[in-house]
Ligand binder design. Structure first.
Ligand code: XCC
Length: 508
């Protein structure tokens, strides 16, 4: 039988200290060049600042491509065309004007994909060597990520699958049921999962659970229990009682393949981009495919239950109860605006993104718990799951808005509040905090919110921990045009103190 390890074991592999700071350039074969001082240059003459800026841009391009690909897959699935003038329709008017003047918005159909590609082009060896201009491209991709990725995906999913509803849901590994046939849906694009939700209603012996953002999506719409975030995905298999794991795209650990072999679980891939060794691939391109595949999955799961070896993780606790399904329409933004105006709350913090196992997750969660006395917390993604595990998702101070593409809901809420108060977004006490980023997507999301004029905090380094000019640019120069900053604070208490001392999140 295959042997495998869990992430807790693999974490012993230390991150590369040079790559961590973005000091390694591997964009050509004269290198890779490791540039450890400001005076050094790569073989081609690239400075440390240039190398860091290019590495960040390539990271943001990766994240933006994932979100844009998500909405593109949805358009194909729904047989729909790209909406015209999408950014112009969605963005606050004054911001659209600003971005238009800066020449950073795509206008022609598919131009946003060209911009992702051009980012890769300009950061190859010997094209763009102006780190400031490269950072401007990061902002451009941030805007693309926000609108052609998150906004469009959220809008299409709301149209097709219905708006989310405020309701009680369940979360954690204990949502798995040893007595039933367990199927998990994992990834980010919920098209097949939506069909499965309907199909399993005919099968009382099946327990469907979600993982990561596909899970958050069907939790917010249909109360399907969310068994795991990114970090717990392997444990879902390692319980020994998962009969089928269906994955679409993004955040699926490659380790899942070996793990499924160890634990009898049938692994099924459904997206052409996300092929995994030893998985059964059932290609899903249309709703018709999805209906057939859903039936097939159920059949496979039923047959596979008898192959369970043994239950290896005790599931002797109850799942956490949570309130989910908030969105930009069912949250009373007028009331929130008044609360800000009357100083009943000090502001709103969007706590977003992943749960990086190299950070102290509990310390971060505790800080937001303290902050929630004065601030409203809007949350999405894997960090939202951690709030749920700590029984904080009560719909009073903590509002769960769904998957990571649903971060557009946070942007909409900020926009609506600013309209109620007749202020620019940047003049209001809003903060985006991404304490534990893992993926390129979370960095792209940060750049999107910064483009809206909101300060963005990261709690884990993405190549900006040194005192490079790039760090300085994001903390200081960005303000000149976008009235925001992107900054790093790795220490939860220090972030708390900065907020309390009004160094960030200025009161209204
Ligand atoms: Fe991050 Fe999105 Fe992935 Fe979780 S699932 S690890 S991107 S928070 Ni969306």
């Amino acid at each position: 039988m295959k042997q495998t390890t869990l992430i807790s074991e693999r974490l012993k592999l230390e991150p590369c200290p040079i790559g961590k700071d973005g000091f390694c350039c591997k964009n050509c074969l004269m290198g890779p060049c490791r540039i450890l001082t400001k005076e050094q240059q790569g073989v081609c003459g690239a400075s440390q600042d240039l190398i860091v800026a290019r590495n960040i841009l390539r990271f943001v391009a990766g994240g933006t491509s994932a979100h844009c690909s998500h909405s593109y897959h949805l358009l194909n699935y729904l047989n729909k065309e790209y909406p015209k003038n999408y950014i112009e329709k969605k963005a606050p008017k004054y911001l659209y004007k600003l971005w238009d003047n800066l020449g950073i918005i795509p206008k022609i159909r598919f131009e946003h994909f060209k911009d992702i590609s051009e980012s890769l082009h300009l950061s190859t060896m010997g094209v763009n060597s102006d780190y400031k201009d490269i950072m401007k491209w990061c902002m451009k991709l941030g805007i693309i990520d926000g609108y052609y990725g998150m906004y469009l995906a959220t809008e299409l999913e709301d149209e097709k699958f219905g708006k989310t509803k405020i309701q009680e849901g369940k979360l954690n590994l204990f949502c798995l049921n040893p007595k039933k046939i367990n199927i998990a849906v994992h990834g980010h694009e919920p098209m097949l999962a939506e069909i499965l939700v309907k199909e399993i209603k005919k099968h009382k012996d099946i327990n469907l659970v979600g993982i990561c953002c596909t899970g958050s999506s069907i939790l917010s719409r249909h109360k399907i229990p969310l068994a795991a975030n990114f970090l717990l995905q392997e444990n879902v298999v390692a319980t020994g009682i998962l009969d089928v794991m269906v994955v679409d795209t993004q955040c699926i650990m490659p380790s899942i393949s070996d793990l499924c072999e160890c634990y009898h679980t049938k692994l099924i891939t459904t997206n052409e981009l996300a092929r995994i060794p030893n998985a059964l691939h059932l290609s899903m391109k249309s709703e018709k495919d999805a209906k057939e595949i859903a039936k097939e999955i159920i059949k496979i799961a039923k047959e596979n239950k008898k192959n369970r070896i043994k239950q290896t993780i005790k599931l002797n606790k109850k799942p956490n109860k949570i309130i989910v399904g908030f969105n930009e329409d069912n949250i009373n933004t007028k009331e929130l605006a008044n609360k800000i105006k009357n100083k009943e709350i000090k502001g709103i913090i969007g706590v977003i993104g992943c749960t990086n196992p190299r950070t102290n997750i509990n310390d971060w969660i505790n800080v937001y718990k303290h902050l929630s006395k004065d601030y409203i917390i809007l949350t999405t993604g894997c960090v939202g799951f951690e709030f749920g595990k700590n029984d904080l998702l009560d719909g009073k101070r903590f509002f769960h808005l769904g998957s990571c593409v649903n971060n557009s809901r946070i942007a909409e809420i900020f926009k609506k509040i600013s309209e109620h108060l007749e202020k620019e977004i940047t003049d209001l006490p809003f903060l985006i905090s991404c304490p534990m980023p893992i993926t390129e997507k979370s960095i792209a999301i940060g750049f999107f919110f910064a483009s809206l004029g909101i300060d963005v905090h990261f709690g884990y380094n993405f190549m900006i921990s040194s005192d490079s000019n790039v760090t300085h640019f994001l903390e200081n120069t960005l303000k000149n045009e976008f009235k925001s900053k992107i900054f790093l604070d790795l220490n939860p208490n220090s972030l708390y103190n900065k907020i309390n001392k009004k160094l960030i999140l200025y009161p209204y």
